[in-house]
Design a protein around this ligand. Structure first.
Ligand code: SIN
Length: 479
């Protein structure tokens, strides 16, 4: 297992020699120690990316695309290794971790397609004395700060488009899950990616982030994480006018209309809500269900949720792994307490589950009936396996409840009426809408939010655009 920084194609310790522990999310057992890097290593990484920039950015897009394809193949070949590391460090079930490897590899395949399509565009002008061209140039060195809930896919989502366009990159993975990113760096090394094109350092987020944003050579930073940290990054990015992509918190509504296929909606709700034990930005967080199918939805949902096996992600059949830390347990407990004090009823779950030999971080999938908009769980993102279900009477009431949040990442709607689905999709104030499905992630689509959920898009051609600085060339044409 790789446990050092990857800078300029070499494995290096922090200058201070200091390290920090990376632990198994289920047991707390130490898996490895990795460098406690800070500003010095952050600048080393930029220097390496700077040296590599000319060579990489002038390589033909099709050569870059070949590297991207090799990386995707390598990810799939090492699927088991990547999945085992992810399950150990972030706790997710092994089959979800394997799915994440495929999801991540798709970002490279999508970016390879886009690299092959990159070209200058000639712009028709009304004036005969000018030839106008738009040239896609890489924005420069780019930074990526990745989250712990998708240690590989979120890195892939940032690295693939950056490399496609010709940028070089500096990466800081989440402190809780750096081993996946280091294993990924090993893959980049093994496929022969030129030294310095991608540099991965582990350590202190604020000193690394600050060093990158104040350096002037890092021209873009892509961050997935909390809205609070996103705000701080926006302030720091102002100094050097660094372009940002921010994928921040979510608070997704899940609306079930009375004409929906309720059983299908329940299956979608369970799949969407309990993926990574409810610790995804896009997972449904507020269930808003038509009153005439409310009882049916609640009872079927609770029955399915109750059957989900809670345990260590590496064990067969487990659907709900541990939450990432003790704060997550406190947050879900507080939300449940608050909801119950406002009249909610716990239909299933509501407490931690003891798993032999593990930390007290496993929470039973929990369904709350009689939820309402004044409850904390309807106002704040949970990031845990809690499903509060409220009732609505009219379509406009459902839309109003759904949009009653400053967040705007994902939303889900269930109905058999195509007109209603289109109408409501348009009115939801969010970046992604799931129509009769609870899982919307796709590497070929523009993933991203609005409002407090951030800005910028990742995936497909939209993700590529974030790394391009278009140069407009206006040439005089002599008559
Ligand atoms: C996230 O929750 O941060 C991303 C989820 C996804 O891409 O599916």
């Amino acid at each position: 297992m790789q446990d050092q920084n990857f800078i300029d194609g070499h494995w290096r310790s922090a200058h201070s020699g200091k390290t920090f522990a990376v632990c198994d999310a289920a047991t707390g057992e130490e898996l490895a120690r990795v460098p406690q890097s800070g500003a010095l290593e952050a600048v080393d990484a930029i220097n390496a990316a700077d040296n590599a920039f000319h060579g990489w950015s002038t390589l033909s897009p099709s050569k870059r695309a070949s590297f991207l394809t090799l990386i995707a193949q390598g990810m799939r070949e090492r699927k088991t290794e990547f999945a085992q590391i992810m399950t150990a460090e972030c706790g997710k079930p092994l089959d979800e971790a394997q799915g994440e490897v495929d999801y991540g590899a798709d970002y490279f395949l999508s970016a390879a397609d886009e690299a092959n399509r990159l070209q200058s565009e000639s712009i028709p002008s009304r004036r005969a004395d000018r030839a106008l061209n738009a040239i896609p140039e890489p924005i420069g060195i780019v930074g990526a700060i990745t989250p712990w809930n998708f240690p590989l896919a979120m890195l892939a989502r940032k690295t693939a488009p950056a490399l496609a366009v010709g940028c070089t990159q500096v990466v800081k993975p989440a402190e809780l899950t750096p081993l996946t990113a280091l294993a990924f760096a090993q893959l980049l090394h093994d496929v022969g990616l030129p030294a310095g094109v991608v540099n991965v350092i582990t350590g202190d987020p604020s000193s690394i982030g600050q060093a990158w944003l104040s350096d002037g050579r890092v021209r873009k930073l892509s961050f997935t994480g909390s809205t609070a940290v996103g705000r701080l990054l926006m302030k720091s990015a102002a100094e050097q006018v660094v372009r940002l992509s921010l994928e921040l918190g979510g608070h997704a509504p899940f609306i079930v209309f009375s004409d929906a296929d309720v059983s299908a909606a329940v299956v979608a709700a369970v799949n969407g809500k309990f993926r990574v034990a409810g610790q995804t930005c896009v997972c449904p967080n507020r269930f808003i269900v038509a009153e005439d199918v409310y009882e049916q939805f609640v009872s079927q949902f609770a029955a399915m949720a109750k059957e989900l096996r809670v345990g260590r992600g590496r064990d067969a059949g487990v659907r709900i792994g541990p939450l990432i830390d003790d704060r997550a347990i406190t947050r879900i407990r507080n939300q449940i307490k608050d909801a119950v004090s406002h009249g909610a009823k716990i239909v299933t779950g509501g407490e931690t589950v003891h798993v032999e030999g593990c930390l007290d971080r496993f929470f039973a999938p929990t369904v709350l009936a009689n939820a309402s908009t004044e409850m904390l769980c309807f106002r704040e993102e949970t990031f845990g396996p809690l499903a509060p279900i409220a009732k609505f009477e009219t379509e406009s009431q459902a839309i109003e409840m759904a949009n009653d949040t400053p967040f705007g990442l994902a939303g889900y709607i269930f109905s058999r009426d195509q007109n209603a689905l289109q109408r409501v999709s348009r009115q939801l104030n969010c970046g992604i809408v799931g129509v009769n499905t609870g899982v919307i992630s796709d590497a070929y689509a523009p993933f991203g939010g609005r409002g407090w959920s951030g800005f910028g898009r990742e995936g497909g051609r939209w993700g590529i655009e974030e790394y391009i600085s278009w140069k407009y060339v206006c040439a005089a044409v002599n008559g």
